[in-house]
Design a protein around this ligand. Structure first.
Ligand code: PMP
Length: 397
């Protein structure tokens, strides 16, 4: 009889043959600038822990204390019996931080996009997405029954063209949603959200920004892209983010009007049907907001290191693309070369993962580096030397 699972092994073998399988490395201990990966002490250069908060003493203490007072699990989904005071307080504090009327915390950023986007638009609606948006947005769009359109990456004039075409559609669309990453995770460039919001306003469309990589990085005190552009809640209707990056913990969230939050938690299936965060997670996220509000030095340090690193990479002759944020791609082009560069750097003591097709175009393979505010000046100098050496050896520069 035919083995109904035969495709598992075959498809995995294809991935290995094409070198597109994931070889998982093991991080032993905390995600700190110097850490142990696969038994080797290396400088972490590709985590999303921008501000080093995942190992900040205040977050760790808050998590430990929450385990003492609240236990390790919430016991339920939030709409039934798992809505703890910590979750409610976290949303109150997040809304205050974001200067929004209300916020809502989801289990993850992925669950936010996959749960909310298909509720905002459905049959008879249109969703318009930047061509380089994150996979969780793409899946959220796929789950909706709305018509879909894609505009050229970070290109407001192409968005305007799509909006113009949408207006000629018959019957007229009930709702239009424009959705974009705030900071693009593979290139580190910033979406022109001011111009996107202006187009949204002109065409009566909702605007949704995924600020996963802008929070803790852009705007006043790391408040994110909406603050960066000084936009209002009537211009950007959904500000989405995650606690899994600069905040150093885990969990997705949205901020906006109270109507948005009331709608979102009553409708998002990922929110309604999945267990709520364990108390230490909520407490650590709360402490992360405290740290951002009271210790401005982390965001300032992140930018100082970022500027120095970019300058050094450019003068060494690396192609660092169009990044305007602490995500600095080191664009190599060829997949094998990108992998070889990453391996050589690892030998030299720097961990920077290669990002290759299908995550980026075939000829745009790169190392994606992400700066971390917890690096010392010596750490940065060490990393720069390693990049220069590996780059020269592999003739990337
Ligand atoms: N959006 C973007 C732009 C992201 O980079 C990520 C994380 N890779 C997510 C959403 C998902 O966030 P989370 O890790 O909280 O699921």
């Amino acid at each position: 009889m035919r083995d109904p699972t035969a495709f598992l092994g075959q498809e995995y073998a294809d991935l290995v043959t094409n070198a597109t399988d994931w070889k998982l490395r093991v991080l032993r201990g905390a995600s700190t600038p110097w850490c142990e990966i696969d038994g080797k002490k290396v400088l972490m250069f590709c985590s999303n822990n921008y501000l080093g908060l995942s190992n900040h003493p205040k977050l760790k203490e808050a998590a430990i204390e929450a385990v003492r007072t609240h236990g390790v699990g919430s016991g339920s989904v939030r709409p039934i019996a798992g809505n703890m005071d910590l979750h409610v307080e976290l949303e109150r504090r997040l809304a205050r931080f974001k200067r929004a009327d209300a916020s809502l915390v989801y289990q993850s950023g992925f669950a936010t996009n996959a749960g909310l986007i298909p509720q905002l638009v459905g049959e008879g609606d249109l969703v318009i997405s930047d061509e380089l948006n994150h996979g969780s947005i793409i899946d959220g769009v796929r789950l909706s029954r709305a018509d879909r359109a894609v505009y050229k990456h970070a290109d407001p004039s192409d968005l305007e063209r799509v909006l113009g075409t949408a207006e000629e559609h018959s019957p007229t669309y009930r709702r239009i949603l424009i959705v974009t990453d705030g900071v693009f995770s593979m290139d580190g460039d910033i979406a022109p959200l001011d111009r996107i919001a202006a187009l949204g306003a002109r065409h009566g469309a909702m605007v949704y920004v995924d600020d996963a990589h802008g929070e803790g990085v852009l705007g006043e005190g790391g408040r994110g892209i909406v603050s960066h552009f000084g936009l209002s809640r009537s211009e950007v209707h959904v500000e989405m983010g995650t606690f899994s990056k600069a905040f150093g913990v885990v969990g997705g969230h949205i901020s906006g009007t109270k109507e948005l939050v009331d709608f979102a938690y009553n409708k998002s299936r990922t929110w309604l049907l999945s267990g709520s965060h364990p108390p230490p997670v909520a407490a650590a996220c709360l402490a992360a907001i405290d740290v951002l509000e009271s210790e401005g030095e982390h965001v300032r340090r992140l930018w100082e290191l970022t500027r120095r690193f970019k300058k050094a990479m450019q003068s060494a002759g690396f192609d660092i693309g169009q990044s305007a944020t602490p995500i600095t791609p080191i664009i190599v082009g060829d997949t094998h070369r990108a992998k070889a560069l990453s391996e050589r750097l690892f030998e030299l003591g720097v961990f920077a993962l290669p990002i290759v097709y299908p995550m980026v175009a075939k000829d745009r393979a790169r190392l994606r580096t992400i700066m971390n505010a917890a690096l010392t000046d010596d750490d940065l100098a060490f990393a720069i030397r390693a990049f220069e050496t590996a780059g020269r050896e592999l003739q990337v520069v």
